[in-house]
Design a protein. Structure first.
Length: 255
């Protein structure tokens, strides 16, 4: 009979682990070097070694800490909940609340409900899969125009998004690359007007590289304003590709 480890304490400390181990933590189990069954564990403190590690906490609703010491480390969370990610913490509206350290990459996947994702305090690379939900990208707060909302700031290294239509209600910035893949349109939503009613065009995207794929137009009827060095885009089904780039393109322009 295979032995099982039952942990009845309210705190789990798994200690320093072997390099390059993928951990999956749920309310019922912890897998990594082996597999532990968890019962009534509310706090998990996990520390990885200096290799490349992946931590998946999609099924966890407790507290604790995730520490990745060196290497290229990835945080993975799939929840149909509101999620807040910063360099030092990860929380969600189902009770997940952990301190984190050492994660350069995060993969976030939502569900079918209207969810709010806040990565304004994170400086790594984020991949967000919102499924077919329409998504509003904003700063500070979202208008609620679209089903889901992503809150950003001037902090990200890379940003990759898969969703339904995308409303660019606030400027999206990244040090390296931004990728927007929409099953609907990508729309400019942050232009405004002056006191006389004249339009004021506000930048939508700032990055070294921008890739946009859409099925209903990219800035169609209201051009996108961008500041990028490399740009590529693909649009199918309907609509046009309209944008103005305020930076010269010494690299690649592909449409």
């Amino acid at each position: 009979m295979r032995e099982r480890l039952y942990l009845f304490d309210t705190t789990l400390r798994d200690g320093a682990q072997t390099n390059g181990v993928d951990f999956t933590l749920t309310d019922a189990s912890l897998t990594g070097l082996g597999s532990d069954v968890l019962v009534s564990v509310k706090v998990a403190n996990l520390t990885a070694g200096s290799g490349d590690n992946r931590f998946t906490v999609s099924g966890w609703t407790g507290g604790g800490s995730l520490v990745a010491d060196g290497g290229s480390n990835t945080l993975i969370v799939t929840k149909d909940k509101d999620i807040v990610l910063s360099d030092s913490s990860l929380s969600s509206s189902d009770g997940l609340n952990m301190t984190i350290s050492g994660f350069a990459t995060a993969f976030v996947t939502g569900g079918g409900s209207g969810n709010r994702y806040d990565v304004s305090g994170y400086t790594g690379s984020v991949t967000l899969d919102a499924g077919s939900d329409s998504l509003e990208i904003a700063r500070g707060s979202a208008s609620g125009t679209n089903k889901d909302a992503l809150i950003v700031a001037d902090t990200l290294t890379n940003l990759s998004i898969v969703s339904g239509s995308i409303l660019l209600a606030g400027e999206v910035t990244a040090v390296n690359k931004i990728s927007l893949v929409a099953s609907g349109a990508v729309v400019d939503g942050n232009d405004t007007t002056d006191a006389d009613g004249n339009p004021i065009f506000v930048n939508n995207v700032t990055a070294a590289e921008l890739y946009i794929s859409a099925s209903g137009g990219i800035g169609s009827g209201n051009r996108l304003e961008t500041q990028v060095r490399t740009f590529s885009a693909a649009n199918v089904t309907s609509g046009d590709i309209e944008l103005v780039n305020s930076q010269s393109l010494p690299g690649t322009l592909a449409i």
